[in-house]
Design a protein around this ligand. Structure first.
Ligand SMILES: NC(=O)C1=CN([C@@H]2O[C@H](COP(=O)(O)OP(=O)(O)OC[C@H]3O[C@@H](n4cnc5c(N)ncnc54)[C@H](OP(=O)(O)O)[C@@H]3O)[C@@H](O)[C@H]2O)C=CC1
Ligand SMILES: O=C(CO)COP(=O)(O)O
Length: 335
């Protein structure tokens, strides 16, 4: 009998640990934590208190702080470190991962400097491997608590996604597939910036109509940039686009939304990020997205205001006043 597929997840933060727990239900799974104490805690107490409080993890989920051991074990490699850390993490193991092992990204940001999406960074670090991503409206703590949710495995080759879907699925976690890798990845990246705007709206106490406007026009910006970069516009009406946008913009637990709320309460960006103690990808990604918008000649007034607040050039009140001055055009004109 063939041995089961072994999944290795790199990064034992809230989402990496949660995805590893999903996979461990289906197949032997090893989680790499760069911190040895976290690996020990997962192995002996079946918890990751730093990121997931007291929530019990599956007893069969194994962890290691030895990244080379992890790389050698992988039949499927899942990259769950933040976008800015994908390259340095994979560079450590670029000669250790067996050929053809599929690599899935969980990260929802852009690499500062290169402006590359995580799947592009992975393709450079591990050439020749099938590369894709797992994304959707997936707030880690809800999924770990067993609440129903859905996600998407996106790979260019549909056969790869079809093979990977059952590794992460459960009766309450539906895993769809999609071949528009660019569109699915951009949805997860761009919604974080709208979520910061939504959090600012919450913090400022603006009305629900205003929040809805920000979500709807934020989605229009995501589609505009996505289409200009070559994504399929219809992808943004799915789980990885509007689905993730809604979850992140309304959830009290979204880190990006919370950063916006903290900024509206008067914190600096540094104070907001420190208060959070976890990654909020939209903070680092906002300036990179504005560079892409300029390159592709795409107007993104909401993202532009968020970037100005994050950079400290504008207050949240000024940003919301600024949005009032944007000349409304044809609503249908998304391109
Ligand atoms: N949390 C969620 O609900 C979801 C998150 N995501 C995305 O998943 C990615 C990871 O997020 P999440 O798990 O939430 O983040 P967390 O902040 O919870 O955890 C980050 C993890 O990455 C590790 N890490 C940070 N910097 C480095 C580095 N330079 N080198 C190696 N490891 C590093 C941290 O290790 P250490 O503890 O040692 O610092 C920690 O294990 C992000 O791109 C996020 O947008 C996607 C869907 C849902
Ligand atoms: O991407 C997420 C949910 O799908 C998590 O969002 P935050 O990083 O804002 O918590």
């Amino acid at each position: 009998m063939a041995r089961p597929v072994r999944v290795v997840v790199l990064g034992a933060g809230s989402w990496g640990t949660t995805v590893a727990s999903l996979a461990a239900r289906n197949t032997p799974t090893l989680l790499w934590a760069r911190d040895a104490d976290s690996a020990d805690e997962i192995n002996t107490e079946h918890r990751n208190t730093r990121y997931l409080g007291d929530h019990p993890l599956r007893a069969d989920l194994r962890a290691t702080s030895d990244i080379v051991e992890a790389a050698h074990e992988a039949d499927v490699l899942v990259v769950g470190v933040p976008s800015h850390a994908v390259r340095e993490t994979l560079n450590e193991i670029s000669n250790e991962v067996r050929a053809w092992v599929p690599v899935l990204s969980l990260a929802k940001g852009l690499e500062p400097g290169t402006r590359q999406r995580p799947t592009e960074v992975i393709a450079e670090c591990l050439p020749g491997h099938p590369v894709g991503l797992l994304a959707g409206p997936n707030l880690a703590k809800e999924i770990l608590a067993g609440m129903a949710a859905a996600s998407v495995v996106a790979t260019q080759d549909e056969r790869v996604a079809t093979a990977l879907q059952p590794l992460f699925a459960s009766p309450v976690f539906r895993v769809y597939r999609n071949t528009d890798v660019l569109g699915c990845e951009l949805g997860g990246i761009l919604k974080n910036i709208v979520a910061i705007a939504s959090g600012m709206a919450d913090g400022l106490g603006v009305g629900d109509n205003t929040r809805a406007m920000v979500l709807a026009r934020g989605l229009a910006e995501m589609i505009r940039l996505g289409e200009a970069m070559g994504a399929h516009p219809r992808t943004f009406s799915g789980l990885t686009g509007v689905g993730d946008l809604i979850a992140t913009c309304i959830s009290p637990s979204s880190r990006n939304r919370r950063v916006g709320e903290y900024l509206a309460k008067g914190m600096t960006t540094e104070q907001a990020v420190a208060e959070l103690g976890q990654v909020a990808e939209g903070v680092k990604t906002a300036p990179t997205v504005m560079e892409l918008a300029r390159d592709h000649d795409v107007e993104m007034p909401i993202a532009s205001e968020v970037e100005a607040v994050v950079a400290g050039r504008r207050t949240p009140e000024e940003a919301y006043r600024g949005l009032r001055h944007v000349e409304p055009g044809d609503e249908e004109d998304l391109a």
